[in-house]
Design a protein around this ligand. Structure first.
Ligand SMILES: C[S@@+](CC[C@H](N)C(=O)[O-])C[C@H]1O[C@@H](n2cnc3c(N)ncnc32)[C@H](O)[C@@H]1O
Length: 487
């Protein structure tokens, strides 16, 4: 294998042997290896009942009183295993003498987790196998523990580079297949991301590969200092570093964001920098007329609504933040609470059956439900959950919500269409369809409203904004800005 291809699949060597009995507060007796047990419980819940790792893991760590090195190991095992699942499954297919899909859902996470320790961490191989087998005996019984032992011994026969030689298709002949295995993404996702980047397989998929590598990196925790309520300098006092592009962003290199005073007081929040910037772009377009009422039509859980309410409150405007699901509308209410001038109001409402009169709003944001293929860094399991059928199923709703957003805007008003997915069927195709159907809509040059950020332009005449993890260090968020033509 060439040096170049070797570096392409090198993983960060993280984690380490857990301190025996260390890292826990006093309390009820802990299982022998609490870190692996937490990771296993999360992975099994993800596999069996579609749990979200980013919600369940912190809850379990908290419930079991784990912090420090044990929590770090549990986190590494959980996220690492989920990110690299595609590569490990390809390896495991060759080690199991039947189809991997026939392996019990309680056992599969043990095989993947053991493979992660063996192939991508600095945990000594004998410890990786024996600790995982010990856990297996406890959670799935003696017999299946033996099966786990036999398979992990086969996995341990090669290192990752040697396994890649065995399992990956030839890069020249099948670049998508190669990247799918080596960078652990479903093949259809590799193809769609290449399409969104404008790359053809025969040209080698160089930028696609950079994007996939970025998806497998641990993302920064980014905070937003809500304007009028906190400043980036306040967050710097807690160890955060000013963001690269957004005037409200700060990166938190380590530590729990929930421990930061401004976050606890709802004067700051966790929010990706691209999410901040697309909301900011909407407010920067000249409203050409009244500018008193804004609508966030799909507001839950409230990231953009929190920022928009603060920006509205610094001027003369008010924000209505609508969300279909009542529980999520409750989160939105929390996010807009105590905005300057109390400028934000959350309502539970269906954007496809508007509770407002047409033409009521000066600015409208439609941050529509999407596949989330732009947030794969933060939700590692979602790449395995989505399929092309989800893209197809979402299209009518995305189209309807954008159409209703345009209806909600007054003539001359501004509309933003946002997705956290770069998939062209969720972005360009929806925008073109609505533009084709309406004569009252002008597509603005969105990158002009974010001129502090380089390399954003995408789509027809570069009029869309497309953020990329490998270019901007953000989620792959998409923005199209429109003006509704005056009557
Ligand atoms: C991509 S998320 C929005 C993220 C949000 N803007 C933020 O920054 O936190 C899409 C939201 O739209 C909501 N939703 C789905 N269908 C809707 C509808 N018909 N009307 C209003 N909201 C809807 C979903 O429940 C989800 O909370």
């Amino acid at each position: 294998m060439s040096e170049q291809s070797r570096s392409q699949h090198q993983r960060p060597r993280k984690g380490g042997k857990p301190r025996q009995g260390g890292g826990q507060r006093s309390g009820p007796p802990q299982p022998r290896d609490p870190a692996r047990r937490v990771a296993y419980d999360v992975l099994r819940a993800v596999e069996q009942r579609d749990a979200y790792a980013n919600l369940l893991l912190p809850a379990l760590l908290n419930e079991r009183g784990m912090y420090g090195r044990d929590a770090a190991l549990a986190t590494e095992l959980t996220y690492g295993t989920l990110r690299w699942q595609g590569t490990y499954d390809a390896i495991l297919e060759t080690c199991v003498d039947r189809s991997l899909s026939s392996v019990d859902a309680e056992v599969l996470p043990l095989l993947r987790m053991g493979s992660h320790q063996l192939l991508s961490t600095n945990i000594p191989p004998h410890a990786a196998v024996s600790e995982t087998v010990d856990l297996a005996r406890r959670v799935v019984g003696q017999h299946r523990g033996k099966f786990v032992n036999a398979i992990l011994r086969k996995v341990s026969a090669r290192d990752l580079d040697a396994w890649i030689e065995v399992i990956a298709p030839d890069r020249e002949r099948d670049p998508s297949g190669y990247l799918s295995v080596v960078q652990s993404h479903p093949r259809w996702v590799v193809k769609e991301l290449a399409r969104a980047l404008g790359e053809r397989a025969r040209d080698g998929l160089v930028r696609t590969e950079q994007l996939l590598i970025a998806h497998n990196d641990r993302p920064k925790v980014t905070l937003v200092a809500k304007p009028g309520r906190a400043k980036v300098a306040d967050l710097e006092e807690s160890g955060a570093i000013p963001g690269r592009y957004s005037p409200f962003a700060a990166y938190l290199p380590e530590g729990d964001p929930g421990a930061i005073r401004e976050v606890r007081q709802n004067r700051a929040a966790v929010q990706d920098e691209a999410s901040q910037l697309v909301a900011l772009a909407l407010t920067r377009v000249d409203a050409r007329g009244t500018d008193g009422l804004w609508l966030d039509m799909c507001a839950g859980p409230g990231g953009k609504a929190g920022l928009l309410a603060s920006l509205a409150g610094q001027g003369e405007a008010r924000l209505v933040a609508a969300e279909l699901q009542p529980t999520r509308a409750g989160l939105v209410a929390g996010a807009v609470r105590r905005a300057p001038r109390d400028a934000g109001r959350a309502i539970a409402a269906d954007g496809t059956r508007p509770a407002w009169k047409p033409g009521s709003f000066d600015r409208v944001l439609a941050d529509v439900p999407c596949t989330g293929l732009g947030a794969l860094r933060r939700r590692p399991e979602s790449r395995w959950r989505r399929g092309p059928e989800n893209v197809t199923a979402l299209a009518p709703l995305q189209h309807e919500l954008l159409t209703n957003a345009v209806e909600a805007a007054r003539p001359g008003g501004v509309v933003a269409y946002v997705t956290c997915s770069p998939h062209l069927d969720e972005t360009d195709v929806i925008v073109r369809k609505v533009l084709d159907e309406r004569e009252d809509l002008e597509l603005l040059r969105a990158p002009d409203y974010l001129d502090e950020v380089p390399d954003l332009a995408a789509g027809p005449e570069g009029r869309y904004v497309q953020f990329w993890p490998h270019v901007h260090g953000t989620d792959a968020m998409f923005l199209a800005l429109f003006r509704k033509k005056p009557e």
